[in-house]
Design a protein around this ligand. Structure first.
Ligand code: CO
Length: 134
């Protein structure tokens, strides 16, 4: 079902402070920055080999990431697996009895198609499936 780890998502309150850590002190290259309206976040992708660290700053408290920070504080938010075909992967997840947060793919960063699995069915880890734009 899963091809590879595409990125890990980290919820942050302050993007500049997070970049000071990840880019300046941990020496990861800033590759892409985008406001993703679909999820109500400003996101920065940092390059790390074939994968990324995705920093997510909520645009308001009334977003998934905003509510996450309210409950848990900033920190690790989700793991994203890269897959070739998200429609097939969603069908496989459904067949495996996993609970889907997204019945249909949504538009993610950089024109990707993404869908989330409920952490209750993935051992407490919010899990994203991502099919890169072709
Ligand atoms: Co993500």
């Amino acid at each position: 079902m899963f091809g590879r780890i595409d990125h890990i998502g980290v919820a942050v309150e302050d993007l500049d402070a997070a970049l000071e850590l990840y880019r300046d002190r941990l020496d990861m290259r800033e590759q892409h920055r985008e406001t993703v309206e679909e999820f109500g976040v400003e996101a920065v992708l940092l390059e790390l080999g074939d994968g990324h660290v995705e920093l997510l700053r909520p645009l308001s408290d009334d977003t998934g990431v905003g509510r996450f920070i309210e409950r848990h504080g900033p920190g690790f938010h989700h793991v994203a697996y890269g897959i070739d075909d998200i429609d097939d992967a969603l069908e496989a997840a459904r067949t495996a009895g996993l609970r889907l947060l997204d019945e249909e793919p949504r538009r993610g960063i950089r024109g990707s198609r993404v869908a989330f699995l409920h952490p209750k069915s993935t051992g407490g880890v919010l899990t994203e499936l991502v099919e890169a734009a072709h």
